[in-house]
Write a protein that binds this ligand. Structure first.
Ligand SMILES: Nc1ncnc2c1ncn2[C@@H]1O[C@H](COP(=O)(O)OP(=O)(O)OP(=O)(O)O)[C@@H](O)[C@H]1O
Ligand code: SF4
Ligand SMILES: [Mg+2]
Length: 334
């Protein structure tokens, strides 16, 4: 499979505060701090981590909703950071975004038909009739009635609204979709339906997904590979089976220990790893390994002094821990 998206050394720092102190010492939020990964054509890469670890910022840098501070983003042979004007517009057509909150992301004053036709209007595609026809067709594709084009978002449930959000993203026939927690705001019973829909659409339209989530369990059925983020960095990256069954980073292990397991017997016997303390501030992240303030197996001084590289632990599987291959790995089969 060909590489569709290649991200190298991506950084996004936000300058914070107008005060004398922050200005003088150049304080910034290191939301994304040297992140590299690839997404192959037709695959789904999951990007997982706790709130505030930099997932959305990574996604937004990829389709230039935010300007990266440094690093490279390549989409096929396109250098995304160099794009301007029409070429940037055309790139954004190819890489769409689905947002977390189906309540906030749809304009309440527009009908579903208008909401869905809007991307075509922006890109000057089709006549009014053609846009309406495509909107009807897309509504059917995502399991809604074509008659719904005349209805407003408030008339529908969260799951139905998210279907419209997905249909809207598909209107321009994109190659890739950044799905930013598309099911987090939905009831558990609806989450699986939306995930199944996204999976079906991937097969039908040959889509590539970057799927952002804070819960590993949510994405286990849809992802081919998983990247785990902690405080602006990727700490583990690999095929989902390898990451789920043999997590090599203590942070991934703790996330997995918190995820529910379908088998109640296994759930009962599985030890929950509770991390101490809170996630440190990305304004002043810990030196060495950023996870050392919470890591249950941290060794000093190495973990405090030396940043662990994202090294290979098996073919296609990397982890950023000095002891990645040397500690016992708890059972976490899902
Ligand atoms: N515009 C901004 N200005 C300053 N800081 C920001 C800005 N946007 C995001 N941040 C900070 O950057 C860090 C990463 O934020 P981001 O939204 O990417 O996290 P996330 O992993 O998507 O979290 P969540 O799961 O809550 O959506 C956070 O500390 C956040 O407060
Ligand atoms: S490098 Fe040290 S602190 Fe970091 S995850 Fe590994 S053991 Fe824990
Ligand atoms: Mg987010």
């Amino acid at each position: 499979m060909a590489v569709l998206l290649k991200v190298e050394g991506l950084k996004k720092y936000f300058q914070v505060g107008q005060g004398l102190i922050t200005a003088r010492f150049g304080k910034s939020v290191r939301a994304v701090d040297d992140v590299s990964f690839e997404v192959q054509e037709g695959e789904t890469l999951g990007l997982v981590g706790e709130s505030g670890c930099g997932k959305s910022t990574t996604g937004r840098c990829i389709n230039r909703l935010l300007e990266p501070t440094s690093g490279k983003v390549h989409f096929g042979d396109i250098d995304v950071r160099k794009l301007k004007g029409k070429k940037l517009k055309s790139y954004r057509r190819d890489v769409q975004f689905i947002f977390q909150d189906p309540y906030a992301s749809l304009n309440p004053r527009m009908t579903f038909g208008e909401i869905m036709a809007e991307p075509l209007v922006i890109h000057g595609i089709g006549s009014r009739k053609e846009r309406e026809d495509r909107a009807k067709e897309m509504l059917q594709t995502v399991g809604l009635s074509p008659e719904h084009i005349h209805r407003y978002p408030h008339e529908f449930s969260g799951g139905q609204r998210q279907r419209v959000g997905i249909a809207r993203a598909l209107m321009l026939r994109p190659k890739m979709i950044v799905c930013d927690e598309p099911v987090s705001a939905l009831d558990v019973s609806i989450q699986a339906q939306i995930i199944n829909l996204l999976e079906d659409l991937q097969g039908e339209f040959g889509l590539t997904y970057l799927f952002i989530a804070h819960d590993l369990a949510v994405i286990r059925h849809i992802c081919d590979r998983v990247a785990v983020m902690y405080l602006g960095k990727i700490v583990e990256l690999g095929g989902w089976k390898e990451v789920y069954n043999s997590p090599n980073h203590p942070y991934t292990q703790s996330l997995l220990s918190a995820a529910p397991v379908p088998d109640p017997d296994k759930q009962h016997h599985r030890a929950r790893i509770i991390l101490r303390g809170d996630v440190p501030s990305p304004i002043d992240p810990p030196a060495g390994c950023r996870f050392h303030t919470r890591c249950p197996i941290a060794q000093f001084p190495i973990c405090k002094d030396v940043e662990p590289p994202l090294d290979q632990v098996a073919i296609g599987h990397r982890a950023a821990c000095h002891f990645a291959k040397s500690f016992p790995i708890p059972e976490s089969k899902m």
